[in-house]
Write a protein that binds this ligand. Structure first.
Ligand SMILES: CC(C)(COP(=O)(O)OP(=O)(O)OC[C@H]1O[C@@H](n2cnc3c(N)ncnc32)[C@H](O)[C@@H]1OP(=O)(O)O)[C@@H](O)C(=O)NCCC(=O)NCCS
Length: 185
């Protein structure tokens, strides 16, 4: 079952509100905290070498979310000509359901533009229901199933996409009477 946490802090909840989160570039000094979040989040975590190898690529970017001088989330993504691709992304288990992930994704969405990069794509494991729900709530849509996508398990992946085009269409006002042909008379 997926449990929901409340955003307002109770007396037992000593987390800081996620509204105070700072999103900035990942730097080498952050790696220990990033690795701790990675290991607490995935059954098959990336090693430090895998992070560094990825971040050495010219089109690869790392960001972190910092709260009260503590790293509470990270994201690794690639820049492509017409899109951004999320490669790795996690929020610290003790800071989840407080809007940190949404703010990190929103920061990425804010980088899109009609002229250049218009979409964000990623793959989610079929068993990772929380991430599917999360990206769904951020207006990503599953486009296809990638069969046997992983080396470590037999799992399939959902290929998900956020597109400026979809989001513009989602909010396009429509005349429902006209759709039913009511104005034909
Ligand atoms: C996926 C993940 C990054 C989400 O981060 P988060 O900071 O907890 O997400 P947010 O608090 O911003 O959630 C925003 C919305 O997403 C949805 N959501 C997030 N986690 C959810 C869950 N476990 N179950 C159902 N819906 C969820 C909710 O609609 C939520 O809004 P609400 O809390 O007001 O209901 C986090 O769960 C995580 O690190 N998971 C492990 C690593 C992982 O799976 N990464 C993605 C790999 S593709």
């Amino acid at each position: 079952m997926v449990l929901k946490r409340k955003h307002n802090l109770s007396s037992q909840d000593d987390r800081n509100p996620a509204s105070d989160v700072l999103i900035r570039w990942l730097i080498r000094r952050d790696m220990d905290e990033v690795l701790a979040i990675e290991r607490g989040s995935f059954e098959f975590p990336w090693t430090e070498e895998e992070f560094l190898c990825c971040l050495r690529q010219r089109n690869c970017i790392g960001t972190v979310a910092e709260l009260d001088h503590k790293i509470v989330g990270f994201m690794i993504y690639e820049l492509h000509q017409s899109m951004l691709r999320i490669l790795n992304f996690a929020v610290s288990p003790d800071q989840r359901r407080d809007g940190v992930g949404r703010q990190m994704v929103q920061r990425l969405i804010d980088k899109l533009s009609q002229q250049r990069r218009r979409e964000i794509v990623l793959e989610v494991r079929e068993t990772n229901l929380a991430a599917q729900m999360f990206f769904g709530s951020c207006n990503f849509r599953a486009l296809s199933v990638l069969r046997n996508h992983y080396d470590d398990t037999l799992e399939d992946a959902y290929y998900m996409r956020y597109s400026l085009k979809d989001s513009a269409e989602a909010y396009k006002p429509s005349n429902r009477l006209r759709d039913y042909g009511a104005d034909a008379a």
